[in-house]
Structures are given as structure tokens and as C-alpha cells.
Design a protein around this ligand. Structure first.
Ligand code: F6R
Length: 308
């Protein structure tokens, strides 16, 4: 059954209750996650939360040379047909990695290794809850209470998007390009905002993160031409040196930041809040631009052409 895009976004509060995991795993020395776009981001966001073993996310056709029997390999593609992910997964099978797959079907689901099947009918980027939960359940926490709290916080966002609408209004009001500033452990959440602006709002968008951006981006924040063509969005809630950096960077470079304050107590709560706030801000910005937030025909056309 076709679900309109707004309903797909609204499904996120149910997706965080998805209780699949990777099952029993043999010991491993490193984790490699292969995935592109709206699927790969699940691996990238997870990689920032997990530090018990090295995690590398591969958004490419090639499996790194070190991958072997001691590698836990996770291939993640919502459609199951993304050629980069299928090719890296085939190579991981040849190298005898310990393999898990996350997909809704397609070629990936026919390759053989143990697979977490997620529900069909979504845009990959609107299925992030399903795609990331096997990682969180297996490696961060599987406590249902944690996700019930997150789910109820997300349901509230799904009924009241006023903050996201206001943020979209500000960006649209000056016909600007979003530039999203994160900080650890939300660097990849900032990148997720960038990709959501790309796909849902059909806009060029940028992301960067503290403290690294104070060693490069901060210079053009002061000196670039065309600065009025950007809207700088920063995640609130930082502490210590990062909080000072946010303040001083804005002061020294005379740059106005739109602050999005994460709700929630824990890192996971704040992370999901920020992710969903980006979903709605980019969605509303797309609506203001009178384009279809769901449409990704450029990606589809490229994929089709590459098959020929
Ligand atoms: C579409 C989207 C894309 C896809 C990407 C990879 O909603 O977000 O970025 O995620 O083209 O495709 P899948 O996720 O099917 O492997």
C-alpha cells in the first residue's frame, strides 16, 4: 500500500520501536558497514555512538584490504538493489567476513547471508528508524523503555512541527542555502540534515562540525562573499569548550546562527530529536518551494542509466 511522504515521516515514532537485531555474533575485531545515501547514514550515525571496535563506513564500490574473517560486515540498502552496496557485499562474502544485511528486499536479500528484513513502502531516507535500530539494539541498548520514551517524544513532534516550520520559513524567507553545524556525537546528524535538504527540499546544502570547522569553515564565515545567501543552523545543547566555540565563532565572524535546541535527556533522545527535526524542516522547506519533497527521480534516472 502506498503511503504518502508525510505519513512516511510520521511513521518514525513507530520505527524506533522496531526490535530487530543482528542475532548471535561471533567475536570480531572491526566493523565495516557498506551503504549509500539514506541507508548508509544509519551506519555513519551509529559509528559515532560506538567505540568498542573500529567502525568504517564504506560508501563506495570497494571493500577495504584489511577486511577478513575477523571483520563484522553489515551491508545496508533499503531497496537492496544499490550497485555499490551489492558489489561490496559480494566481495565481503568472498573474503569470508561475518556478514549481516539490512534491507527490504531486492538483490541483497537473495545473496544468502543472515538478513534483517525491514518493511517495504518507504523512501529509504524515511526508513531510518528501521535501518538504524538493528545496530542500536545489538550494540547500544535493547531496553524497550529507552525506545518507548523516544517514540513518545517523536509522536509529539509529528503532531506539532511549529519549530521546524519556523526554521524552514527563515531559510526560505531569504532564499538561502542551509549550512548545518554539528558537533560530536551529532556530526553525522548534521550531515543527515544536509542530505535531507538535498533530497526533500531539492537544495544545495552544506554541513560541517565543531571543533573541526573552527580550523577552516570559520574563516569564510567571516570573509566569504555571498554570505547573506546562507542560513547557518547550529545544534544547541553543547557544553564546555564546544559551547564556547559556538559562541566565539558566531561573535568573531559576525555570523548569526539559527539554533535548534535538542529535546531529551540522553544522547539517544537528543539524537533522534535532532534527526526528526531535520526531517520536518527540510520537508516544510520543500513544501514552501512548491516542489515534491518525496521525488528523487534524478537518483532513479542515474541508477537506471548506470545499468545500461
Ligand atoms: C532515497 C534516498 C537515497 C537512497 C540511495 C541508496 O530516499 O534517500 O539516498 O538511500 O540512493 O539507495 P538504497 O537506500 O535503496 O540503498
Amino acid at each position: 500500500m502506498y503511503m504518502n511522504f508525510e505519513d512516511q515521516l510520521k511513521d518514525f515514532s513507530s520505527q524506533v520501536l522496531f526490535n530487530a537485531n543482528f542475532g548471535k555474533l561471533s567475536p570480531f575485531k572491526n566493523i565495516i558497514i557498506s551503504g549509500m545515501g539514506g541507508s548508509g547514514i544509519a551506519g555513519s550515525i551509529f559509528s559515532e555512538l560506538y567505540d568498542k571496535a573500529p567502525v568504517q563506513v564504506v560508501s563506495d564500490y570497494e571493500l577495504p584490504a584489511y577486511a577478513d574473517r575477523d571483520t563484522l560486515f553489515v551491508g545496508i540498502s533499503y531497496s537492496g538493489n544499490t550497485e555499490e552496496t551489492v558489489s561490496v557485499t559480494r566481495e565481503a562474502m568472498k573474503r569470508k567476513c561475518q556478514i549481516r544485511l539490512v534491507t527490504s528486499g531486492g538483490e541483497l536479500s537473495e545473496l544468502g547471508p543472515e538478513t534483517v528484513l525491514v518493511p517495504k513502502g518507504f523512501q529509504p531516507r524515511a526508513a531510518l528508524g528501521y535501518l538504524i535500530k538493528p545496530f542500536l539494539n545489538s550494540f547500544i541498548t535493547s531496553d524497550p523503555k529507552v525506545y518507548e520514551r523516544i517514540s513518545s517524544m517523536m509522536s509529539e513532534m509529528e503532531t506539532d512541527n511549529s519549530m521546524e516550520k519556523a526554521t524552514a520559513d527563515k531559510i526560505y524567507g531569504k532564499n538561502s542555502i542551509p549550512y548545518v553545524l554539528g558537533y560530536p556525537p551529532f556530526r553525522w546528524v548534521a550531515y543527515r540534515w544536509k542530505t535531507q535538504f538535498n533530497e526533500n527540499s531539492k537544495l544545495l546544502a552544506f554541513s560541517s562540525y565543531f571543533p573541526e570547522l573552527d580550523h577552516n569553515d570559520a574563516i569564510p564565515f567571516k570573509h566569504t562573499y555571498g554570505k547573506d545567501k546562507f542560513s547557518f543552523i547550529v545544534f544547541g545543547g553543547s557544553t564546555g569548550q564546544i559551547e564556547k566555540r559556538v559562541r566565539f565563532t558566531s561573535e568573531i565572524t559576525s555570523t548569526e546562527f539559527i539554533t535548534v535546541e535538542p529535546k531529551g535527556e540522553t544522547i539517544l533522545e537528543k539524537m533522534f530529536y535532532l534527526i526528526h527535526a531535520g526531517d520536518y524542516t527540510s520537508y516544510h522547506l520543500g513544501k514552501l518551494r512548491k516542489i515534491d519533497p518525496e521525488d528523487v527521480s534524478v537518483i532513479t534516472e542515474l541508477k537506471e542509466k548506470l545499468k545500461s
